[in-house]
Design a binder for this molecule. Structure first.
Ligand code: AMP
Length: 397
């Protein structure tokens, strides 16, 4: 498979699956255009090569076909501004208008198709629908990592209508794939995975996959309390899942058998209510009194976690160490961010992926202090779980 930069798009019509699923307010103004900005380098390279571009995306979750609320026409003006090109629009993603406008495209021109999800065939992965889309372009580019875990018509099924030489990842997708592969299949050791967040049940598959790859796994956030309770510790009112306690013990036993070091917090910041103005104190793990709950990693834990992180050559971080949305319970997550940034500066490769840890890194202004911040929440989580993503498999073939 060639890389995106090796492709020459001169004289070609590139059909690009992008993720323009951006939030719009009631006046149809874009409130966060990050996903659009992310794709600009991919589109610009194709235009610079002398190709033309046909963009296809979904927007929201339309239930009953075309609806003004979910029309991609609302983003045309902003996209034109970002690209410095007058973007044309087709009021349908298939049919005569799309075919005619795509056929008439000249080098340097850009056409945006209407929302793919106005057809239920898109999410069903319908082959005939995918073929109609495929006919619009000469080359297929997938730059929508956020939907790579879905076997939809435009994200996976469509690839079979292009030869291997005529399908490729775009720069966004390539960045995500290269980073994830580096961590999962080519990690320099020591490799530390930091897994936090609310629930063990959400992260169990990731932890199991990492038990075969990581040297050290830091388990923090709300999920740590299920581990403490399973080991007979006192957790007060801390969040936990009783039904996952056997699983927690199983993870600890498997880690021991495989020689993977599991690091749970030694201490915690506990609070007498789930509120930023609660009374707080630092408390040893397993000794949390009734009426109190653990809401952040404690002072000693932060130092211990930082030591492990600073000794690492590869770092994967998913999930916060506490309720970082509240100022009084963000120090644990901030300490992790600081340590990951410092380790990165010293030469480690660090990948931050999956919803809330990405939000935390952005909140602390650390997104350029780590090696890679993934944009694809659900897709990256499934990647970490060791699953094959249909959107990636389709391009690789
Ligand atoms: P996740 O989406 O699974 O990564 O979980 C992130 C959420 O877990 C965030 O909203 C945090 O506020 C929450 N969280 C982390 N630690 C705790 C805790 N000790 N108690 C309750 N919620 C927590």
């Amino acid at each position: 498979m060639s890389t995106f930069k090796d492709f020459s798009f001169a004289g070609k019509k590139a059909l690009i699956r992008v993720d323009f699923n951006v939030p719009l307010n009631d006046a149809f103004e874009i409130t966060d255009d990050n996903r659009m900005r992310a794709t600009v380098p991919t589109i610009s390279k194709i235009l610079k090569d002398g190709g033309s571009v046909i963009l296809m995306s979904h927007l929201g979750r339309p239930k009953d076909g075309p609806t003004n609320k979910f029309s991609l026409k609302h983003i045309v003006a902003h996209l034109s501004k970002l690209l410095g090109v007058d973007v044309q629009f087709a009021n349908d993603c298939i049919g005569a208008e799309a075919v005619d406008k795509a056929a008439a495209l000249k080098a340097g021109q850009v056409l945006l198709l209407e929302n793919l999800r106005f057809y239920k065939e898109e999410e069903k992965g319908d082959t005939a629908f995918a073929e109609k889309l495929a006919k619009l372009g000469d080359v297929y580019v997938n730059d929508a990592f956020g939907t790579a875990h879905r076997a939809h018509a435009s994200t996976a099924i469509i690839a079979q209508f292009f030869s291997k030489e005529n399908r490729t990842f775009g720069l966004v997708m390539e960045g995500e794939v290269v980073s994830a592969e580096k961590v999962l299949h080519d990690a320099q050791k020591p490799f530390t995975a930091i897994i936090g967040g609310a629930k063990v049940s959400d992260k169990i598959l990731i932890i199991e996959n990492l038990l075969d790859r990581a040297t050290d796994i830091i388990i923090g956030g709300g999920m740590a309390y299920t581990f403490f309770k399973a080991q007979g510790g006192k957790i007060g009112n801390s969040i936990h899942e009783d039904d996952r306690m056997p699983l927690a013990l199983e993870i600890l036993a498997k880690a021991k058998a495989k020689g993977v070091n599991i690091h749970l917090p030694i201490d915690n910041i506990i609070a007498d209510k789930f509120s930023n103005d609660a009374n707080t104190k630092n408390c040893a793990s397993g000794e949390i009194p009734d009426g109190w709950e653990g809401l952040d990693a404690g002072i000693e834990s932060r130092a211990q976690f930082a030591k492990v992180i600073l000794a690492s050559k590869t770092i994967l971080w998913n999930g916060p160490m506490g309720v970082f949305e509240m100022a009084n319970f963000q120090a644990g997550t901030k300490a992790i961010a600081d340590a990951v940034a410092e380790a990165t500066q010293k030469g480690a490769f660090s990948l931050v992926g999956g919803g809330d840890s990405v939000a935390a890194v952005n909140q602390f202004g650390y997104n350029d202090k780590v090696s890679y911040v993934s944009t694809g929440g659900g897709a990256m989580l499934e990647y970490f779980e060791g699953k094959t993503l249909p959107g990636i498999a389709a391009i690789k073939g």
